[in-house]
Design a protein around this ligand. Structure first.
Ligand code: MN
Length: 197
């Protein structure tokens, strides 16, 4: 029997480092309370079950219901928060840059398509940039805890469109909240996820 398998990783930046795109108040609640609760629930749900010896990715691929929801939310938030940096590259580079320009026309056109896709998700969810085995890029709209891992795709970038992600700072203005995230995405992180594929 294992205890406390998953813990909340410490963020590589201060709570106020992403302001004004994301306030310290939002980080405190969104990461410190919402994400912590998903991780706590995940630990409770896998305790003394066959899932205890699986990786988090394996749990996401093999579970459903409450376990899938909490495991996937736990994974998605770490992926989301660790994509941001107060001092990262603000544009993609290398192979990812070439693929974005080839498929979307330009980096600006991609950003517009991505924010539009996130804005149009009805209710809670996540907008993803992912790629398939051939390197083809896909913008995916996922409801609730949805994740491209269950489609056999490689996640590259994600914006959280749950109200808890933006309501404290932007109230009902989701499009504006998503637009502001371009100021804090670290494209070195995103580009390296594509190169590794
Ligand atoms: Mn969230």
């Amino acid at each position: 029997m294992k205890t406390l398998q998953y813990t909340l990783p410490e963020l590589p930046y201060a709570n106020d480092a992403l302001e004004p795109a994301i306030s310290s108040h939002t980080i405190e609640y969104h990461y410190g309370k919402h994400e912590k609760a998903y991780i706590d629930n995940l630990n409770k749900l896998i305790h003394d079950t066959e899932y205890e010896d699986m990786s988090l990715e394996e749990i996401i691929e093999k579970s459903e219901g409450a376990l899938f929801n909490n495991a996937s939310q736990a994974w998605n938030h770490i992926f989301y928060f660790f994509t941001f940096s107060p001092e990262g590259a603000r544009e993609p580079s290398g192979e990812l840059r070439k693929a974005i320009e080839l498929q979307f026309g330009s980096f600006d056109a991609f950003k517009k398509d991505f924010v539009d896709a996130g804005t149009k998700i009805f209710g809670s969810g996540w907008v993803w940039l992912a790629c398939d085995e051939s390197g083809k890029l896909l913008i995916l709209q996922k409801s609730n805890a949805g994740n491209p891992l269950t489609d056999g795709l490689t996640p590259l970038l994600v914006f959280d469109v749950w109200e808890h992600a933006y309501y404290l700072d932007y109230q009902n203005r989701r499009a504006e909240a998503l637009e502001k995230l371009w100021d804090i995405v670290d494209w070195d992180v995103v580009s390296s996820r594509y190169d590794m594929d």
